[in-house]
Design a protein around this ligand. Structure first.
Ligand code: NDP
Length: 334
């Protein structure tokens, strides 16, 4: 079977030599007590993976050279060890990594049952880390009051598109989106239902931004210059949810904020959050999101590439906006 390991730590962008494919016999994968063997069907591509290969202090330890690249996945149990309570054929999610097969401790996988109107791959998107990040970011960090104006960056992506829709459900008066292409903006306005989507690559972007007036809530997926620009557009008491800073993940010298004094003059709050702090609340949130997905009131889009070997090719797309929707790697048939 194939697995892809970290070969060297990139400085700046991910390079072709950042990862290396290895082949190992499947027979070496024998689940022990309380373990299961999983055949991976899909892997999630996440901006956070750039952080996992950086040797710095973060919320998870860095992936070491020679280790299988960390990734969240969807798979099927194909063999169970002694004492396992899972059955062969059970669909599960877990941090399987960039591999075709993985031996996992049973407590490190989540059993999933796919509700009506929902697909198994939604558990790597709206019903997985992406949707949950939007859910808790909107609920706890943004604390939207009825009628407030909300703006979301990285809005056409997996977290951002759910954040736009949940902001609306939370009572926002106006929901504005920021994305990097006319097609993405059109999808946001027509399908996702934002009031207006602004293309940050457009020459008129800053005047477009000023045109929408001051904002109460910024759900920030991008950081850097865009965050700095939005700091100049805050209403009094504004909240900024620092979800991510994708514009900075490949940067060798991250950008500093120039306009942070508006946080003082506008009595505004800038607050980061990490989804892993909400694990106990996941089941209830997944149930709520599954209902909205099932009845079609939450829209989503997937961008699927085929074959494990495409994972290192596809991951950098996230940092160039080449993905159009939740980026997944299909590893095998469900
Ligand atoms: P997306 O599906 O949104 O894909 C990334 C998108 O970011 C790209 O498609 C691109 O869209 C946009 N982008 C890339 N580079 C830039 C740039 N320099 N400036 C502006 N936009 C850029 O990814 P996710 O939804 O998975 O992740 C979104 C954010 O959420 C990330 O910052 C991630 O780190 C964060 N996150 C945070 C979590 C937490 O616990 N705090 C958990 C999960 C995710 P475009 O074409 O519009 O430029």
């Amino acid at each position: 079977y194939k697995r892809i390991v970290l070969a060297s730590r990139p400085v700046g962008d991910i390079e072709p030599n950042t990862f290396r494919t290895e082949k190992h016999p499947v027979s070496a994968l024998v689940p022990g007590d309380g373990e299961v063997l999983v055949q991976v069907t899909y892997l999630s591509c996440d901006p956070a993976q750039r952080g996992y290969i950086r040797d710095v202090r973060s919320y998870l330890p860095p992936v070491q050279i020679g280790e299988t690249m960390r990734a969240q996945g969807l798979g099927v149990v194909i063999k169970v060890g002694k004492g396992s309570t899972l059955n062969v054929g059970q669909t599960v999610t877990g941090a399987f990594g960039w591999t075709e097969f993985a031996v996992m401790k049973e407590q490190h996988v989540d059993k999933i049952t796919v509700p009506k109107g929902v697909q198994a791959i939604d558990f790597l998107n709206t019903l997985g880390m992406s949707g949950l990040t939007a859910y808790f970011g909107i609920r706890d960090i943004c604390q939207i009051k009825p009628g407030e104006t909300v703006i979301v960056s990285g809005a056409a992506g997996s977290v951002g598109s759910v954040a736009c829709q949940l902001a609306r459900r939370a009572g926002a008066g106006k929901v504005y989106a920021i994305a990097g292409s006319p097609d993405k903006c059109e999808w946001l306005e027509k399908e996702v239902g934002v009031d207006r989507a602004l293309n940050y690559k457009s020459k008129t972007f800053y005047s477009d931004l000023k045109g929408i007036g001051y904002i109460d809530v910024y759900f920030d997926n991008v950081g850097g210059d865009l965050l700095d620009m939005i700091l100049t557009r805050l209403n009094k008491g504004a909240r900024i949810a620092l979800c991510g800073a994708i514009s900075q993940y490949n940067a060798t010298k991250p950008k500093g904020l120039q306009n942070y004094l508006t946080l003082i003059s506008q009595r505004a709050t800038l607050r980061g959050f990490i989804i892993l702090d909400y694990v106990p609340e996941f089941p209830a949130a997944i149930e709520e999101l599954a209902v909205a997905l099932g009845d079609g009131s939450i829209k989503r889009k997937f961008h699927i590439v085929d074959g494990l070997e495409q994972a290192p090719v596809a991951l950098p797309w996230l940092f160039a906006g080449k993905n159009d929707g939740k980026l997944l790697v299909k590893v095998s048939d469900e």
